[in-house]
Design a protein around this ligand. Structure first.
Ligand SMILES: [Zn+2]
Length: 169
C-alpha cells in the first residue's frame, strides 16, 4: 500500500526513531509499504519516519527500481565505518523540489537486520554510501538541510516557509 509521505515541518522527521524489538510480519508489511511508496514517489530511499512511523527501518534502491531485486532493507542499521569525502547534489522526498550539494563520506559500511531479521552488512561507495547516510540520518531525526552551511540552509527553508504559508507545501 502506498502511504502518504510526510514533509518537512512534521515533528516525526526531527525525532530519533525507536529500535525495532523484533522483525515480525507487521514489520514486513511496513517494509513492503515503504518499498511501494519509494518506487511510486519515485525515490531511491525511504525511511519509516517519512511515512509517519517512528521506527528504525529504511529501504534503498539506487536504481530506483529499474533493475529487479536490488532493494536493500535495513532494520536497526548502524554505521561500522565511514571513510573519505564526496560532494554531490542531494534531495529528499520530504523536501520536494529543494536540492543542494551535501558533503558526505565517500564510503559507508552499515550493519543491520534484513526483512527476515537476519544480520546483514552493506558496504557502499558513491551514491549508495550517500543514500545509506541520508536514510540513517532520518532515523536520528536529521534532514540533509541540517548538514548544509547556514546560508544555503536558510535559503531553502525560507522558500519552504513561503510554500507553507501559501498552502502549497
Ligand atoms: Zn530524505
Amino acid at each position: 500500500m502506498i502511504r502518504p509521505i510526510v514533509k518537512y515541518g512534521d515533528p516525526v522527521l526531527t525525532r530519533p526513531a525507536a529500535s525495532v524489538t523484533e522483525v515480525t510480519d507487521e514489520t514486513r508489511r511496513l517494509i513492503d509499504d515503504m518499498i511501494e511508496t519509494m518506487y511510486a514517489a519515485p525515490g531511491i530511499g525511504l525511511a519509516a519516519p517519512q511515512i509517519g512511523v517512528a521506527l528504525r527501518v529504511c529501504v534503498i534502491d539506487i536504481t530506483g527500481g529499474r533493475r529487479g531485486g536490488e532493494v536493500i532493507t535495513l532494520v536497526n542499521p548502524e554505521f561500522v565505518e565511514r571513510t573519505g569525502m564526496q560532494l554531490e547534489e542531494e534531495g529528499c522526498l520530504s523536501l520536494p523540489g529543494h536540492n543542494a550539494t551535501v558533503a558526505r563520506p565517500e564510503r559507508a559500511v552499515v550493519r543491520g537486520l534484513d526483512r527476515n531479521g537476519l544480520e546483514i552488512t552493506i558496504d557502499g561507495t558513491g551514491l549508495l554510501a550517500r543514500a545509506l547516510q541520508h536514510e540513517l540520518d532520518h532515523l536520528d531525526g536529521t534532514l540533509f538541510v541540517n548538514r548544509l552551511r547556514g546560508l544555503t540552509r536558510d535559503l531553502i527553508l525560507r522558500k519552504v516557509r513561503k510554500q507553507q504559508r501559501a498552502g502549497t507545501w
